[in-house]
Design a protein around this ligand. Structure first.
Ligand SMILES: Cc1cc2nc3c(=O)[nH]c(=O)nc-3n(C[C@H](O)[C@H](O)[C@H](O)COP(=O)(O)OP(=O)(O)OC[C@H]3O[C@@H](n4cnc5c(N)ncnc54)[C@H](O)[C@@H]3O)c2cc1C
Length: 450
């Protein structure tokens, strides 16, 4: 049996980035197995008109290897659309076009294989052994888990004919015509489904949008928010103790998990127009936590409570759980479950270089994608730093500085985060005997100590 250098389980954007960068590493033998027959990216939520929340330049490779053949711009050129795309002046690419780009990469890579669900990953003492659901067997020195998150189903919900998770919205394509639809969840998925419902040619009789959040919060945006999605911030984050990280995660919630301004505005305007026309078929209910769904005489009864304790009920023929996704211990890793350190939510505990912490040999690392919300911050679940993470992994795996991952500490970070590596000027200051640091540096130091 061939022993690969790297075997990837799952081929969503995160392992795809790793596979695309690994493609240019001479001598590295890789295989990436995806259970779907073709590349797809959250197909159940590929609602027409949905746009990326991330710049198309933060693609699978460009942030660390702009000369790679697998960048978004190469895709545009290969499809003869570069000039037309640029002339369109999109702020962000559509999710459909970015998915088509990723599919182009995925199906162009020799290391990628489709229709191959991985059932079990074990270890024989020297290497990982990988078993496919349809009988394939492989061995690999290193493993990269990129199987994504799982839909979060609240305890009060029982998905079935009248209730589904947002992830299945387009796959199940439930009939909505003349039905009362309740969407639970005030994030981007909930917003996109509400917008979809408001634009239907076969309109629902009534739409209620319920969110536990105190308002329909839009995504925080801007240059300083984008700093949370930089390698420098991750380095500083890694030096923070657990409680400080938790507080930061709460505070940064809407930097990664809010509704895009465009989607929020489009919903608002659609509701405004309906009200102007005298229609009262949309109810927006933030600040309510759904506690129970029970069967009523004329459909499902959704019981929700607001912060002041008021309980309100509404009826639905169809309930959509736009309740997000959660980390979980990967099913296929169950033979090794006792050997990995897990976080409180079942995700794998990670070292800084994305190695999962376990008792196996260091020569056979297992890297985990999308398990680092606590260890690496909000950027971990986003595409922004996917290429950088892949570069960190490949440098670690090969033991060679294949990619510049910006950790040589020669350039002070634009923002001096608490816990960030001391910048060289500060070091000069400490060691200075006669010549001091530039005056501007002195002023900054004074401000900080104040
Ligand atoms: C609707 C939506 C839109 C988003 N938009 C953005 C955005 O614009 N910008 C941004 O930065 N982030 C965005 N995100 C967040 C993040 O980028 C995505 O969740 C991203 O898909 C995560 O990639 P992944 O590779 O970890 O997981 P996934 O995309 O979930 O891919 C995992 C893959 O693994 C496969 N798999 C699972 N188990 C196995 C197995 N046992 N064997 C083989 N294959 C397996 C699955 O079939 C799947 O293809 C979005 C998330 C959602 C839900």
């Amino acid at each position: 049996m061939t022993t690969f250098d790297l075997f990837g389980v799952g081929l969503g954007p995160f392992n795809l980035s790793l596979a695309a960068l690994a493609d240019g590493v001479p001598g590295l033998t890789c295989r990436f197995a995806e259970r779907r027959a073709r590349f797809a990216w959250h197909p159940g939520l590929m609602i027409p008109g949905a746009t990326m929340q991330t710049s198309f330049l933060k693609d699978m490779v460009t942030p660390v290897q702009p000369t790679s053949r697998w960048g978004f711009l190469s895709y545009l050129v290969a499809h003869g659309r570069f000039h037309d795309f640029m002339a369109a002046r999109f702020d962000c690419a559509s999710r459909a076009e970015f998915t088509d780009y990723m599919a182009w990469v995925a199906h162009g890579l020799e290391s990628a294989s489709f229709g191959e669900a991985i059932a079990e990953v074990d270890h024989d003492g020297d290497a990982f052994t990988i078993a496919g659901a349809s009988g394939g067997r492989w061995r690999s020195r290193a493993l990269s888990l990129g199987v994504g998150l799982v839909p979060r189903i609240p305890a009060f919900a029982c998905p079935g004919t009248g209730c589904l998770h947002a992830a299945q919205w387009l796959d199940r394509a439930p009939s909505v015509a003349a039905r009362r639809v309740v969407v639970i969840g005030g994030g981007q998925s909930g917003a996109e489904i509400v917008l979809d419902l408001l634009g239907r040619r076969d309109p629902p009789a009534h739409v209620t949008w319920i969110s536990r959040r105190s308002g329909f919060w839009t995504l925080q945006d801007g240059a300083f928010i984008d700093q949370f999605f930089t390698p420098g911030y991750i380095a500083a984050w890694r030096r923070q103790p657990g409680p400080v990280r938790q507080e930061a995660l709460n505070e940064q919630k809407y930097a990664s998990d809010g509704i895009t301004q465009a989607t929020a505005d489009a919903i608002y305007r659609a509701v405004y127009d309906r009200r102007r026309e005298g229609r009262r078929d949309v109810v927006l209910r933030p600040g309510r936590e759904v506690r129970a769904i029970r069967a009523g005489r004329r459909g499902q009864v959704i019981e929700a409570r607001s912060a002041d304790g008021t309980v309100e009920c509404c009826e639905a023929d169809l309930v959509v759980l736009a309740t997000g996704f959660r980390s979980a211990f990967p099913d296929c890793l169950h033979p090794l479950a006792a050997r990995f350190r897990q976080q409180f939510d079942g995700s794998l505990a990670l070292e800084g270089n994305y190695r999962a912490i376990w008792d196996g040999p260091r020569e056979t690392p297992l890297y985990a994608m999308n398990h680092g919300r606590h260890s690496h911050g909000i950027a971990d679940a986003q595409i922004s730093l996917a290429a950088w993470r892949s570069a960190v992994i490949l440098n670690d795996l090969t033991g060679r500085p294949l990619f510049d991952i910006g950790t040589d500490g020669t350039d002070p970070a634009l923002v001096d985060w608490p816990g960030a590596a001391p910048d060289p000027l500060a070091r000069d200051d400490k060691n200075a005997t006669s010549a001091g640091p530039p005056p501007s540096r002195r002023i900054v130091s004074t401000a900080i100590s104040d």
